[in-house]
Design a binder for this molecule. Sequence first.
Ligand code: SAM
Length: 246
Amino acid sequence: MMSNVGYDKQQPETIQQMFGSIASRYDRANAILSFNLHRYWNKQLAKHATNNSPGTDYLDLCSGTGDIAFCIAEEVSSPSKICLLDFCPEMLEIAKTKAPKSPHEFTYLQGDAQELPFDDNSFDSITISYGIRNIKSPERCIKECKRVLRDRGVLSVLELTRPTHPIMKFGHQCYLKGILPIIGKFVTENQQAYEYLCSSIHHFVSPDELSKIMKSTGFDSVSIKPLTGGIATLVTALNNEFFTVT
Ligand SMILES: C[S@@+](CC[C@H](N)C(=O)[O-])C[C@H]1O[C@@H](n2cnc3c(N)ncnc32)[C@H](O)[C@@H]1O
């Protein structure tokens, strides 16, 4: 679907370029635009990804400026390997400057989340936050996650979503259509980027559809957890080698 502002996930280079252009302002914009709620959502994601992980190899896809990877680092006590992958080099460069001192080993990779440069069965836990919405083929990405996850490995996807409760829904629409593009313009100095963000929330697959993709890819124990009335949603799944798709 072509976005009306020129950023189009069917043309990934436009998305890459957009994130490159807002990278230095991304963290500040996130904090202001989410009223810092993203910190709570990110923590929930990191807790799920670490509490349920059978091992110590973590992969954060669409890692951006590294918030999820560094949240994971706070949650795990045993020395772990945490790989950050993103196709936007500017976002990764900022992540490198934010890395905390910790016993963990961080690796930064520029790459496409739909074509992962890893062997099969390489990771115990994979996270994707606010990223899958921007990916041309979420199905390809989820299939790649399944391939590189070990048996009993967990996939945890956090996304901005649309609340279903009528009052929440109305407030959310007002925020997305009226407030976010205006504040977004000032904090990112790129109004088009935040218009894209709004339209991508409207057009992205729902948590139900995302969970169906996970199930059809062969993931087991798929669960959906709405956060803050469904403004964000955590969708999680288990890679159970003995699970068969019916
Ligand atoms: C909204 S940001 C989210 C960043 C980070 N996960 C966070 O929680 O703040 C989306 C990120 O996804 C990356 N991205 C989008 N499509 C991608 C793809 N196909 N492969 C790798 N990274 C991608 C963008 O470069 C951007 O850094």
